[in-house]
Design a protein around this ligand. Sequence first.
Ligand SMILES: [Zn+2]
Length: 313
Amino acid sequence: MEAAWQHFAHLADQDRLAHAYLVVGAPATSGRAFALRAARRLLCLAPARGEGCACSVCHRIETGAHGDFHWTEPQGRSRQILVEQVEVLLRQIYETSFEGGWKIFALSYAERIAHAAGNKLLKALEEPPPRTLLLLLTHEPQSVLGTLVSRCQRLTLHDAESAEAHFWEADLRRLLEQGPAADLYAELTQAADWREMLDRVKTVTGERVRAPFAGREDFDEEALEARVVAATKEEYAAIFSRLERWYRDLLVLRVGGEAGHLLHPEERALLEQQAARMSVGGALRRLRGIERIAARVERNIPVQVAFENGLLG
Ligand SMILES: [Zn+2]
């Protein structure tokens, strides 16, 4: 995130910050880190101390207890940022700040701001009160409402910049290559393979999040565990989104759609092979199963439980 951060910090130093930024990067990890860093940069009692500062303000920002740092994320079964949430946020935007300085509003997964909610938010993006900063965090900028995007400056974090493949890409590809199971036994075996892959993703993600804290004692175990959970959910969401796209493509081909309508035209040969072996009903069933698992994982149901009746259901 260095380049994006340096740009932001430079603008902050010169008091030239825009009032709204679209922060492109993984919302639960690098996006969240950026929002916290921005809030600390603007609110800290001793900015000269920099990153390591443990003043009461920095501490409260880290623990989510600061009255002028607001965090909004998708809620409910629809997994969207809803009108009611934006209404609360607007009230907070137009109230005076608790501590007399900046007010920072982070909206995590900005691509899930529902249409009506986005319209409400526009006013705040157009004429925000002074010393108000809105950060729209997203890893899918192309899915954020255009009216919102056009009112934000864009900051691209380095994880989004480097098109580095996910570490699980090869595993996922291997599972997709298996194609539709021929019988119940094959289906059960495949389900076991999927569970094993998701477990591995969870383990590796946990190790990655924890690595920087190895041998240190100055961290909050609960906060770290919450970060592991958030990062794991983010990887799962990316996997399910990839799966959904795969089955949408299969359906397109199955109903005689043109290759030009594929989300992954580069996979056309393999998709065509599999589409020929799959019924429309089968592809739809898979697609609904994946959506069901994704929704359950989003609601914090452990993935093993979510999986039951998921791909098999
Ligand atoms: Zn501080």
